[in-house]
Design a protein around this ligand. Structure first.
Ligand SMILES: [Zn+2]
Ligand SMILES: [Zn+2]
Length: 216
């Protein structure tokens, strides 16, 4: 099992990167991305530190950890430059905090993230069919999430992705130990969004290919 959207003390998570990695490892996960909330003010503080941590921890056996960032509430017009900058300074996985219905995320955030070819558009809320098609064409993965609030639109995202052939992945958006979903029960979230076990398997394959790309 793999989770590509989590938060540490570098933003609003409760755990250090080391404890986050350890807790996911004990829960049965093989790989993890740490994707703290970032904007223009802090990506240069967060990303190099996560890169250094991951370089060291990945020298040992056990869970693989990927240094990432979740660009959050960045005004849409600044997203493309910040995606590029994040990659330049070492982020192997760039997530954008999409237009969840439980926060006032700026309109056009989903579209700008997709047009910037981010790796994952997190919790995209009531994303339009046109944007889902664009995500498919830009190879941007759309996220289903176990996170309370953000998960309210999982069914909508799943339906449009399935209709259009866009790729989905499943993440926890973990901020605290209690958010780590037991690996053996992850399929429940996917089935709960109206998808099948075959869809779940396809999502697991998607996430595996992202990890391979991030770690090479
Ligand atoms: Zn988010
Ligand atoms: Zn998040």
């Amino acid at each position: 099992m793999i989770d590509l959207h989590t938060h540490s003390l570098f933003s609003d998570g409760e755990l250090t990167p080391a404890e986050l990695a350890r807790r996911f490892e004990v829960a049965g996960y093989k790989a993890l991305a740490i994707t703290d909330h970032g904007d223009q003010s802090n990506i240069d503080l967060i990303i190099p530190r996560l890169v250094a941590f991951c370089e060291q921890i990945n020298r040992r056996q056990g869970i693989r950890v990927i240094p990432g960032i979740e660009l959050t509430h960045v005004p849409p017009e600044f997203i493309p430059a910040l995606v590029s900058r994040s990659r330049e300074i070492g982020a192997r996985l760039v997530v954008v905090h999409g237009e969840t219905i439980v926060e006032p995320v700026a309109p056009r955030t989903n579209r700008m993230a997709i047009e910037s070819s981010v790796d994952i558009l997190a919790h995209p809320g009531l994303i339009t069919e046109e944007e889902v098609l664009l995500a498919r064409d830009h190879s941007v993965y759309l996220e289903l999430t176990s996170r309370k609030g953000h998960s309210l639109t999982n069914g909508h995202v799943a339906r449009l992705a399935q209709k259009t052939g866009a790729s989905m992945i499943l993440n926890s958006d973990t901020h605290a130990p209690g958010d780590i979903w037991p690996a053996a029960r992850l399929h429940e979230i996917v089935v709960g969004a109206g998808l099948s076990r075959d869809d779940y398997q396809a999502m697991m394959k998607n996430v595996g290919s992202i990890v391979k790309r991030c770690l090479t």
